[in-house]
Design a binder for this molecule. Structure first.
Ligand code: FPP
Length: 245
Protein backbone atom coordinates (compact mmCIF):
# COMPACT_ATOMS: atom_id res chain seq x y z
CA UNK A 1 0.00 0.00 0.00
CA UNK A 2 1.44 3.37 -1.02
CA UNK A 3 -0.04 6.31 0.79
CA UNK A 4 -0.26 9.67 -0.89
CA UNK A 5 2.38 12.19 0.19
CA UNK A 6 0.00 14.64 1.79
CA UNK A 7 -2.27 12.09 3.33
CA UNK A 8 -1.87 11.42 7.02
CA UNK A 9 0.09 8.21 7.48
CA UNK A 10 -1.60 6.12 10.13
CA UNK A 11 0.62 4.10 12.40
CA UNK A 12 -0.56 1.53 14.90
CA UNK A 13 1.76 2.11 17.84
CA UNK A 14 0.74 -1.23 19.36
CA UNK A 15 2.08 -3.10 16.36
CA UNK A 16 5.47 -1.56 15.68
CA UNK A 17 8.24 -3.66 14.15
CA UNK A 18 10.65 -4.49 16.96
CA UNK A 19 13.73 -4.46 14.77
CA UNK A 20 14.25 -2.44 11.58
CA UNK A 21 17.20 -3.04 9.27
CA UNK A 22 18.27 -0.36 6.79
CA UNK A 23 20.44 -0.63 3.70
CA UNK A 24 21.31 3.01 3.05
CA UNK A 25 21.88 3.03 -0.69
CA UNK A 26 22.23 5.78 -3.28
CA UNK A 27 24.61 8.30 -1.71
CA UNK A 28 26.86 8.30 -4.78
CA UNK A 29 23.98 8.78 -7.25
CA UNK A 30 22.50 11.54 -5.10
CA UNK A 31 25.80 13.44 -5.28
CA UNK A 32 26.28 12.76 -8.99
CA UNK A 33 22.85 14.18 -9.79
CA UNK A 34 23.97 17.42 -8.17
CA UNK A 35 27.42 17.50 -9.76
CA UNK A 36 29.03 16.91 -6.36
CA UNK A 37 31.72 14.42 -5.31
CA UNK A 38 30.44 11.06 -3.99
CA UNK A 39 31.73 12.02 -0.57
CA UNK A 40 29.12 14.81 -0.40
CA UNK A 41 26.45 12.09 -0.70
CA UNK A 42 27.94 10.15 2.20
CA UNK A 43 28.09 13.31 4.30
CA UNK A 44 24.41 14.06 3.74
CA UNK A 45 23.63 10.35 4.23
CA UNK A 46 25.26 10.49 7.66
CA UNK A 47 22.90 13.35 8.62
CA UNK A 48 19.95 11.32 7.34
CA UNK A 49 20.70 8.31 9.54
CA UNK A 50 21.02 10.59 12.57
CA UNK A 51 17.49 11.92 12.10
CA UNK A 52 16.02 8.49 11.23
CA UNK A 53 17.43 6.82 14.37
CA UNK A 54 16.19 9.76 16.46
CA UNK A 55 12.70 9.42 14.97
CA UNK A 56 12.66 5.63 15.40
CA UNK A 57 13.61 6.11 19.05
CA UNK A 58 10.87 8.71 19.51
CA UNK A 59 8.35 6.29 18.03
CA UNK A 60 9.34 3.52 20.43
CA UNK A 61 11.18 1.23 18.02
CA UNK A 62 13.47 -0.96 20.11
CA UNK A 63 16.17 -2.03 17.64
CA UNK A 64 17.56 -0.56 14.44
CA UNK A 65 20.52 -1.75 12.37
CA UNK A 66 22.02 0.31 9.55
CA UNK A 67 24.62 -0.85 7.05
CA UNK A 68 27.33 1.81 7.18
CA UNK A 69 30.30 -0.09 5.71
CA UNK A 70 30.40 -3.62 4.36
CA UNK A 71 33.30 -6.08 4.25
CA UNK A 72 33.18 -5.53 0.46
CA UNK A 73 33.35 -1.71 0.67
CA UNK A 74 37.16 -1.86 1.16
CA UNK A 75 37.28 -2.38 -2.63
CA UNK A 76 36.27 1.26 -3.21
CA UNK A 77 38.93 3.88 -4.06
CA UNK A 78 41.18 4.58 -1.08
CA UNK A 79 40.12 8.23 -0.99
CA UNK A 80 36.45 7.23 -0.59
CA UNK A 81 37.24 4.59 2.06
CA UNK A 82 39.34 7.12 4.01
CA UNK A 83 36.57 9.68 3.82
CA UNK A 84 33.96 7.16 5.01
CA UNK A 85 36.19 6.19 7.94
CA UNK A 86 36.67 9.88 8.87
CA UNK A 87 32.92 10.39 8.65
CA UNK A 88 32.31 7.38 10.88
CA UNK A 89 34.80 8.59 13.45
CA UNK A 90 33.23 12.06 13.52
CA UNK A 91 29.80 10.51 13.71
CA UNK A 92 30.89 8.36 16.64
CA UNK A 93 32.30 11.41 18.41
CA UNK A 94 28.96 13.20 17.98
CA UNK A 95 27.07 10.05 18.95
CA UNK A 96 28.63 10.21 22.38
CA UNK A 97 26.57 13.29 23.16
CA UNK A 98 23.57 12.86 20.84
CA UNK A 99 22.83 9.24 21.64
CA UNK A 100 23.43 9.50 25.35
CA UNK A 101 21.24 12.61 25.70
CA UNK A 102 18.41 10.80 23.95
CA UNK A 103 18.75 7.63 26.07
CA UNK A 104 19.85 5.53 23.07
CA UNK A 105 22.34 2.66 23.03
CA UNK A 106 24.97 2.06 20.39
CA UNK A 107 26.57 -1.24 19.41
CA UNK A 108 29.02 -2.15 16.69
CA UNK A 109 28.18 -5.14 14.55
CA UNK A 110 30.99 -6.29 12.31
CA UNK A 111 34.58 -7.29 12.72
CA UNK A 112 36.51 -4.57 14.58
CA UNK A 113 39.98 -5.93 13.74
CA UNK A 114 40.47 -4.08 10.45
CA UNK A 115 39.25 -0.74 11.85
CA UNK A 116 41.66 1.94 13.06
CA UNK A 117 42.51 1.89 16.78
CA UNK A 118 40.86 5.33 17.09
CA UNK A 119 37.54 4.08 15.70
CA UNK A 120 37.70 0.90 17.80
CA UNK A 121 38.33 2.89 20.97
CA UNK A 122 35.58 5.40 20.24
CA UNK A 123 33.08 2.62 19.59
CA UNK A 124 34.03 0.89 22.84
CA UNK A 125 33.71 4.17 24.68
CA UNK A 126 30.22 4.95 23.31
CA UNK A 127 29.05 1.35 23.78
CA UNK A 128 30.14 1.50 27.41
CA UNK A 129 28.70 4.98 28.01
CA UNK A 130 25.28 4.11 26.58
CA UNK A 131 24.94 0.49 27.70
CA UNK A 132 22.46 1.20 30.51
CA UNK A 133 20.22 3.48 28.45
CA UNK A 134 16.73 2.19 27.84
CA UNK A 135 15.83 3.67 24.43
CA UNK A 136 16.52 2.24 21.00
CA UNK A 137 19.52 -0.03 20.51
CA UNK A 138 21.21 1.15 17.36
CA UNK A 139 23.53 -1.37 15.75
CA UNK A 140 25.96 0.31 13.43
CA UNK A 141 27.23 -2.23 10.91
CA UNK A 142 30.84 -1.39 10.07
CA UNK A 143 33.14 -3.83 8.33
CA UNK A 144 30.09 -6.07 8.41
CA UNK A 145 29.21 -9.01 6.16
CA UNK A 146 26.48 -11.56 6.81
CA UNK A 147 28.60 -14.49 5.67
CA UNK A 148 31.53 -13.31 7.76
CA UNK A 149 29.20 -13.03 10.79
CA UNK A 150 27.88 -16.57 10.39
CA UNK A 151 31.41 -17.92 9.86
CA UNK A 152 32.56 -16.10 13.00
CA UNK A 153 29.61 -17.60 14.95
CA UNK A 154 30.38 -21.10 13.62
CA UNK A 155 34.00 -20.80 14.78
CA UNK A 156 32.89 -19.70 18.25
CA UNK A 157 30.45 -22.59 18.40
CA UNK A 158 33.22 -24.97 17.42
CA UNK A 159 35.22 -23.69 20.41
CA UNK A 160 32.25 -24.53 22.68
CA UNK A 161 32.32 -28.08 21.31
CA UNK A 162 36.08 -28.38 21.62
CA UNK A 163 36.13 -27.33 25.24
CA UNK A 164 33.24 -29.65 26.09
CA UNK A 165 30.61 -26.95 26.74
CA UNK A 166 28.44 -28.39 23.95
CA UNK A 167 28.02 -31.73 22.30
CA UNK A 168 27.73 -31.75 18.51
CA UNK A 169 24.46 -33.71 18.51
CA UNK A 170 22.79 -31.11 20.70
CA UNK A 171 23.56 -28.08 18.49
CA UNK A 172 20.48 -26.06 17.57
CA UNK A 173 20.04 -22.84 15.57
CA UNK A 174 19.72 -21.04 18.94
CA UNK A 175 23.28 -22.08 19.82
CA UNK A 176 24.61 -20.46 16.66
CA UNK A 177 22.42 -17.40 17.18
CA UNK A 178 24.08 -16.85 20.56
CA UNK A 179 27.35 -16.15 18.77
CA UNK A 180 26.05 -13.67 16.21
CA UNK A 181 26.95 -10.00 16.68
CA UNK A 182 23.25 -9.42 17.43
CA UNK A 183 23.02 -12.17 20.08
CA UNK A 184 19.99 -11.71 22.29
CA UNK A 185 18.28 -9.27 19.92
CA UNK A 186 15.10 -10.10 18.02
CA UNK A 187 15.28 -10.91 14.30
CA UNK A 188 14.75 -8.11 11.80
CA UNK A 189 11.01 -7.57 11.18
CA UNK A 190 11.25 -4.88 8.53
CA UNK A 191 14.09 -4.36 6.07
CA UNK A 192 14.26 -1.06 4.21
CA UNK A 193 16.46 -0.48 1.16
CA UNK A 194 16.64 2.79 -0.70
CA UNK A 195 17.62 3.75 -4.27
CA UNK A 196 15.46 1.21 -6.11
CA UNK A 197 17.84 -1.73 -5.64
CA UNK A 198 16.27 -4.95 -4.41
CA UNK A 199 19.24 -6.95 -3.16
CA UNK A 200 20.37 -8.13 0.25
CA UNK A 201 24.06 -7.45 -0.39
CA UNK A 202 25.25 -9.78 2.38
CA UNK A 203 23.24 -7.90 5.04
CA UNK A 204 22.07 -9.80 8.15
CA UNK A 205 21.56 -13.07 6.28
CA UNK A 206 20.52 -14.95 9.40
CA UNK A 207 18.39 -12.24 11.00
CA UNK A 208 16.22 -11.41 7.95
CA UNK A 209 14.83 -14.94 7.60
CA UNK A 210 11.28 -13.70 8.18
CA UNK A 211 11.71 -9.98 7.53
CA UNK A 212 9.27 -8.01 5.41
CA UNK A 213 11.15 -6.15 2.67
CA UNK A 214 10.30 -2.57 1.78
CA UNK A 215 11.94 -0.73 -1.08
CA UNK A 216 11.83 2.83 -2.29
CA UNK A 217 13.31 4.58 -5.30
CA UNK A 218 14.38 7.48 -3.11
CA UNK A 219 18.11 7.87 -2.70
CA UNK A 220 19.31 7.54 0.90
CA UNK A 221 20.17 11.23 1.50
CA UNK A 222 16.57 12.13 0.54
CA UNK A 223 14.97 9.55 2.86
CA UNK A 224 13.06 11.26 5.65
CA UNK A 225 10.85 10.64 8.66
CA UNK A 226 7.73 10.42 6.48
CA UNK A 227 9.34 7.61 4.49
CA UNK A 228 10.05 5.75 7.71
CA UNK A 229 6.40 6.16 8.71
CA UNK A 230 5.32 4.98 5.28
CA UNK A 231 7.47 1.84 5.52
CA UNK A 232 6.11 1.06 8.99
CA UNK A 233 2.48 1.65 7.94
CA UNK A 234 3.00 -0.65 4.97
CA UNK A 235 4.63 -3.28 7.19
CA UNK A 236 1.55 -3.17 9.39
CA UNK A 237 -0.64 -4.17 6.44
CA UNK A 238 1.34 -7.34 5.76
CA UNK A 239 0.12 -10.73 6.93
CA UNK A 240 3.03 -12.48 8.62
CA UNK A 241 2.71 -16.24 8.99
CA UNK A 242 6.28 -17.33 9.77
CA UNK A 243 5.77 -20.48 7.73
CA UNK A 244 2.44 -21.31 9.40
CA UNK A 245 -1.04 -20.77 7.99
C1 FPP B 1 25.71 3.25 -0.31
O1 FPP B 1 25.69 4.31 -1.22
C2 FPP B 1 26.16 3.69 0.97
C3 FPP B 1 27.31 3.27 1.58
C4 FPP B 1 28.25 2.35 0.99
C5 FPP B 1 27.69 3.75 2.90
C6 FPP B 1 26.61 4.25 3.77
C7 FPP B 1 27.21 5.32 4.55
C8 FPP B 1 26.59 6.42 5.01
C9 FPP B 1 25.15 6.67 4.92
C10 FPP B 1 27.39 7.51 5.64
C11 FPP B 1 28.16 7.11 6.82
C12 FPP B 1 27.34 6.52 7.88
C13 FPP B 1 27.39 6.88 9.16
C14 FPP B 1 26.61 6.13 10.15
C15 FPP B 1 28.20 8.00 9.62
P1 FPP B 1 26.60 4.19 -2.52
O2 FPP B 1 27.83 4.99 -2.29
O3 FPP B 1 26.81 2.77 -2.86
O4 FPP B 1 25.67 4.91 -3.55
P2 FPP B 1 25.54 4.59 -5.11
O5 FPP B 1 25.00 3.19 -5.20
O6 FPP B 1 24.58 5.62 -5.55
O7 FPP B 1 26.91 4.75 -5.69
Amino acid sequence: MFLKRNKEIEIDYDNLPEHIGIIMDGNGRWAKKRGLPRTAGHKTGAETIKKIVREANRMGIKYMTAYAFSTENWKRPKSEVDMLMDLLLNYLKDAERLMHEDNMRLRLIGSPNELSPEIREQIKHVEELTKNNTGILWNIAINYGGREEITHAAKELYKDIENGKKSIDDITPDDLEKHLYTAGQPDVDLLIRTSGEQRLSNFMLWQVSYAEFWYTDKLWPDFDEQDLHRAIADFQQRGRRFGGV
